[in-house]
Design a protein around this ligand. Structure first.
Ligand SMILES: [Zn+2]
Length: 132
């Protein structure tokens, strides 16, 4: 499915994706503060690693998923790119970059190639990676 094109057609967006969006400030302990209300975030393990990334704590984050009742929100799986961070007003996908190997990953940690700790590198999903 060409997801990109669907986003350009708001009328089709709801039909194509039932996911809801929550936007607020990421707090330590996998919580999101939205307009004074605190949501407990549930997710798969890779998304959880991002939520625990101290470099993102206090950032303005947008998460996609489903309300799970009682102030809980279940974030979609990592392969659907459910995490965005606002940097100076710009909505960027949360991702990580190894400056040595030019490898992009979507969870924090060591580069699979050189074992260096990857750099947090929020990125517009439409911008291609630079080539080595
Ligand atoms: Zn590397």
């Amino acid at each position: 499915m060409k997801r990109r094109e669907l986003f350009l057609l708001p009328g089709l967006l709801l039909a194509a994706s039932p996911s809801k969006v929550l936007r607020g400030k990421l707090l330590a302990g996998k919580k999101l503060e939205v307009g004074g209300r605190i949501y407990a975030l549930d997710s798969d393990k890779p998304v959880g690693l991002v939520l625990d990334d101290e470099r993102l704590i206090d950032s303005e984050l947008e998460v996609q998923g489903e309300p799970a009742g009682d102030g809980k929100f279940k974030i979609d799986e990592i392969h659907t790119s459910p995490l965005y961070v606002y940097v100076k007003g710009e909505r960027l996908g949360v991702s990580y970059w190894c400056d040595i190997c030019y490898i992009r990953t979507y969870t924090p940690g060591k580069c699979v190639c050189c074992q260096e700790y990857t750099r947090l590198d929020p990125k517009d999903p439409n911008t291609p990676d630079r080539k080595p």
